[in-house]
Ligand binder design. Sequence first.
Ligand code: IVH
Length: 678
Amino acid sequence: MTDSVKRPIPKKKQIEQLRKEINYHNHRYYVLDDPEISDAQYDHLLTELINLEQLNPELITIDSPTQRVGGEPLPEFGEVKHRVPMLSLNNVFSDEEFQEFNHRLCETLDVDTIDYVAEPKLDGLAISLLYENGVLIRAATRGDGSSGEDVTQNVRTIQSIPLKLQGEDYPAILEVRGEVFMPKDGFEKLNYRQLEKGEKAFVNPRNAAAGSLRQLDSKVTATRPLKFYCYGWGYIESMVFPKLHSEMMEHLREWGFPVQPDLEVVKGVKGCHEYYKALVDRRNQLPYEIDGIVYKVNRLDLQADLGFVSRAPRFAIARKFPPQEEVTRVLAIDVQVGRTGALTPVARLEPVFVGGVTVTNATLHNEDEAQRKDVRVGDYVVVRRAGDVIPEVASVVLSKRRHDNAPFKMPVHCPVCGSDVERGEGETISRCSGGLFCPQQSIEAIKHFASRRAMDIAGLGDKLVEQLVENGLLSDVSGLYTLTASQLSKLERMAEKSADNLIAALEKSKNTTLPRFLFALGIREVGETTAHNLANFYGTLDKIKQASREELQEVPDIGTVVAAHIITFFHQSHNIEVIDRLLESGVNWPDIEVSDIDCKPLAGKTFVVTGTLSTLSRQEAKELLQKLGAKVSGSVSKKTDYLVAGEKAGSKLDKAEALGVEVLDEEGFLRMIDKENE
Ligand code: IVH
């Protein structure tokens, strides 16, 4: 009898135990970055808790880890009065200013050196979190410093913010302060999603963090990649304070708060300076944006002695980094013509110092980008330069726009040669249709021909190419090898010696290789790799010139588009004339040994690969076959020997069956490959 009577485990205990376990793993994952269990195991625990809570709704509490998903949308945010005001920081912008700050404090406190807590200054927004008996009960923004907005529902969705504190020794009432921010990678992904949905991208991670936290619908906030680091505290009840700020931060860490891993205690001006130097160097590698360093006097008694000036503490200072964003004016939008005729709109800017360099231009990439950003001549724009990245226009300051600033339009004629501008359907790039008739396209083509990885003509720089074309000494690349030293030395800033050197370099460049020569021709989308593949596949320029579109597609990495560009190039008589003149001038290359195709096991066999293969990609299958000497073609014909058909093979399979071509499934294909490889 006793056997059949099971003592029920009290549900409340079971739920509490589960919550404790989940909170523990949550902290390991989101705060310590050091998970102990797999995501699946974690999800399993959470599902178990959700189920138990659904069956026992009376046991749901606000600190349960199930309460992070966001609630009903709010009509508006409530107001929260801060019991201890949320202050701001005074800034310094140079080492000298920081030294003065330190000197002032030393005098006031009558000490020789001061220990500081140094931390990165995160570029997010300040938040105050109120815990009663270890449970998060309210979160508020800074607002005007004395009262802010109640964003509790939203803050609950940020996984690194504890809903329940760890340990036992936390104070009964604890107000924690810190920064909510969006890491760089999360920001990129969010913007990608926004654009995909047809919504506006955020200008920078700070705006994205602010916009996400100030959502009335917390379910939206829950989808945003927000993080939190605490850097201080506000109102606290029932606690014996430690002596040092850094010790208090240790307590906060123990209670489960994320504290910046880069927090350090440093000694005096020298220590601060070293910390600054090291962090500036690492700035662009950090996963989040920072705009400086915050130094705080470490001894809490000294902090108290120093007190506050108006709205900022005297014991702390922000040492700001050079700005990576500045506002400047758009003087003009020029349209540049590239080697293949691609037109690129470029904003000419009033010079502005940003991210350590003076910026005068910023690319607007293409017509769509320029229109998406809606940059207009006369506009004030935010220019940003992060790290080594090319400076870009981040956004327009719309409030400063004059009503007569006209929207940007791509010209219908090439700004250099007047030829029609074309933009293919579904393409983003507009092009000048002038080809080598366009002097700018010629200039760019010659620069490319001469460049190091192409014909490598030492001493023929961009400026010189422009001079030669502008002076009528050169109109296409074939003219290079008929230039004489006396012609060259007549050019401005060209000494006799340099003219001789250039002639020697031209002579030397004639001995080249077929891949270099092919690359130098500047065929659209034929980069170095494709040039290599072409050369190794065919061995001679003549064979490449004669190859059909279908045959070209048998070359590794060449698809329909590139094949079409190659065909177009060799079908234009002026290109053939240029090549002939180059060869007549003595451009030459050693023969290429095309690997002995006939000896390979699948030599002479033509394959077509279609459908989805499960063990390798179609490209990999193609390469394997080519290694064994087979030809791989894009379409099924009577000449096809085998069709390799993966899952969801469509019309090619029908055609092969109709023509009686042998069809191999994946298994059959792999068996054949294995056999031939032996
Ligand atoms: S300490 C009395 N530490 O910077 C104010 N602030 O410009 C104490 N901030 O409102 C602030 N990172 O939002 C401190 N490590 C850090 C910080 C930091 C970012 C923000 C904070 C503050 C603003 C002042």
